[in-house]
Design a protein around this ligand. Sequence first.
Ligand code: UD1
Length: 342
Amino acid sequence: MTKQVLLTGGAGYIGSHIYVALIAAGYDVTIYDNFDNASKDVPDRLEQITGQKPDVIEADILDRTSLRACFSSRKFDAVIHLAARKSVAESVARPLDYFETNIAGIIILLQEMERAGLKDIVFSSSATVYGHPEQKSLPETAEVSHTNPYGFTKLTSEQILSQAQAADAGLNVGILRYFNPAGAHPSGLIGDDPNSLPNNLLPYLAEVALGNAPHLNVFGTDYDTPDGTGLRDYIHVDDLARGHVLSRATLLDKQCSHLVNLGTGRAVSVMEMLKAYSAACGRNLRHKNQPRRAGDVTIYCADPSLAKRILGFETTKDVMDMCNSSWNWVQKNKSRNEMKGD
Ligand code: UD1
């Protein structure tokens, strides 16, 4: 029997890649998305990749009536929950909007799941829950804290899941702490599609490579790292997507709840990324050294061993795969960016 998954936020950057991975693994998937931060042509593109028309419900995670109708019209085995706001800077400016979507959203979802008798949920969390880490490699047991409203919503959601589980032993929960997602599907049909000039490193490098930004601002060259720039654990979005399929399978086959990092365990500097993107696009991209960016830390890097042990998860793609696939994606979608006036 085919297993049916509700994928909230399934039209977004990470969600669309998870959709493709779930279909490849033989799941039936329904996308639930309000298209606030996703393009309306994503379902058509997913159809081109998978050869089947996606089942899409356009609705908000806060819309209890739509959620209830969705659960009563289909028979799901699990929910993979991504629908949330995700910009750190925006969360500082509009914290209440973040609390509403990210925290009220997961509460309404859990209540409606309970009503529908649904017991399995995979949740999209973030390495941001490690706050300002001291360690070079972060195991899941590392201290957690929040440094901005976005991080607060992720940490609070984790705690809500854990307390809901304490009250209902039948609830199976997979919490996935993402490190830095990067890259795009090899087809070039889906990828990171920010609405305006991005803040994150890879999409910004893409803008420089396209000529939409004159140079990369390297935020901080005096960190205690080999080349002085910040270190991050970048994970290819296709690997990240596969992690969700494994998480869902682990809940299904073993009823084994888990909280794991999804990262590579390899720390890459800003300068290394600049070099890799230059190689991908075939020319040396310019950069300017700038002071440190407020709120940044020296290093964020996963200890990926627990995900390997529990889920059998290992990454397969490297930094060149991330840059090559990102470059392929943005080149194939130049006109789309021009239309947005980026
Ligand atoms: C941030 C979020 C994280 C989110 C991730 C990807 C925090 C604490 N973390 O991570 O939750 O998952 O984005 O969306 O906010 N850099 C430059 N120039 C640029 C852009 C970035 O030098 O134009 C540097 C940064 O200083 C940092 C590295 O590149 O050292 C990565 O930055 P970024 O891609 O913004 O991700 P994070 O800040 O690590």
